[in-house]
Design a protein around this ligand. Structure first.
Ligand code: NCD
Length: 304
């Protein structure tokens, strides 16, 4: 994977996804220490971030690399009217690998086309968030021991949530995975993703509420309503607070369900869940480090 950009999870066949998961687990066991010695990462964040940016930074620094970048577009030359392409053409001369988060769908693809170094997509609008998907899969593999054959629910804003778009496509590559999409009708999984799943022969169901479920889930992946993507704030207010997962939800989800969330959480998972063994969302967030260490190592050619 040396020299390669990571723009969309659609660019990865199952074997490569499993290869990355394997490398992340190796890193987690302490292998590949200092693999990024002398390498420089540039972080270009045109949208808010806590976990993605800081875990990329921590991943780089803890393996001996260094980080430059900005966390706010207002302090970059975008504020003066510079195009993303010009920013990327310039910054690729300052670093060995670049991470970009941008509100426009397709921004990471455009950046990868003009960059002389690998570009890692840290979220492009409502489109994709492939490095999150890798860490989600590492988490599922570790917590469930497998990905094949699982029954996985996704709850919340399936329309604008980029994490669930990437995750559904990745899961479709695994064997006998059953997907259950639960959302208010106005926030359903986009039609083109559903059509894609049908074409891949995937079994999925759609529901409006958790209490419509008749069988337990292995995993429930909860997402926040993506307020910033609504053109009309009234439309957001109509769905705000439409769902909330708490200890009582386990009646419908099954006592063994693992509850995941890419975070940040607003009010869709009650804090009462946090102390239950079902809650794995903070361990999931911590898997961002070994997963991103592995990805940085692979694209810079330091991990093979
Ligand atoms: C997600 C994102 O930015 O898409 N956050 C993350 O990277 N962990 C989810 C979200 O913002 O709701």
């Amino acid at each position: 994977m040396s020299g390669r950009s990571i723009v969309s999870i659609r660019d990865f066949p199952r074997e490569e996804i499993e290869f990355v998961i394997g490398k992340a687990l190796e890193v987690k066991q302490g292998r590949h220490a200092d693999a990024l010695q002398g390498k420089v990462l540039a972080t270009l964040f045109f949208e808010a971030s806590t976990r993605t940016r800081l875990s990329f930074e921590a991943a780089m620094v803890s393996m001996g690399g260094r980080v430059i970048g900005f966390a706010d577009a207002n302090v970059s030359s975008a504020k003066k009217g510079e195009s993303l392409s010009d920013t990327v053409r310039t910054v690729c001369g300052y670093c060995d690998v670049m991470v970009i988060r941008h509100p426009v769908e397709g921004a990471a693809r455009r950046a990868a086309e003009v960059s002389g170094v690998p570009v890692l997509n840290a979220g492009d609008g409502a489109n994709q968030h492939p490095t999150q998907t890798f860490l989600d899969l590492v988490t599922i593999q570790q917590e469930c021991g497998q990905i094949d054959g699982l029954r996985i629910g996704m709850l919340g804003d399936l329309k604008y949530g980029r994490t669930v778009h990437s995750l559904a496509i990745a899961l479709s590559l695994f064997k006998d995975v059953e997907m259950v999409f639960i959302s208010p009708p106005s926030l359903r999984m986009p039609e083109d993703t559903l059509e894609d799943l049908v074409a891949r022969g995937i079994h999925f169901q759609e529901h409006r509420e958790i209490d419509e479920l008749t069988r337990p889930l292995d995993v429930l992946y909860v997402t926040r309503i993506q307020k910033e993507r609504f053109a009309d704030l009234l439309e957001y207010e109509r769905v705000a607070g439409a769902y909330r997962v708490g200890p009582k939800s386990l009646e419908h989800l099954g006592e063994k369900v693992r509850v995941m969330h890419p975070l940040p959480r607003v009010d869709e998972i009650s804090e009462q869940m946090d102390s239950l063994p079902n809650a794995i969302y903070f361990r999931q967030a911590h898997n961002g480090i070994p997963t991103r260490q592995a990805l940085l190592g692979l694209v810079t050619g330091r991990i093979q």
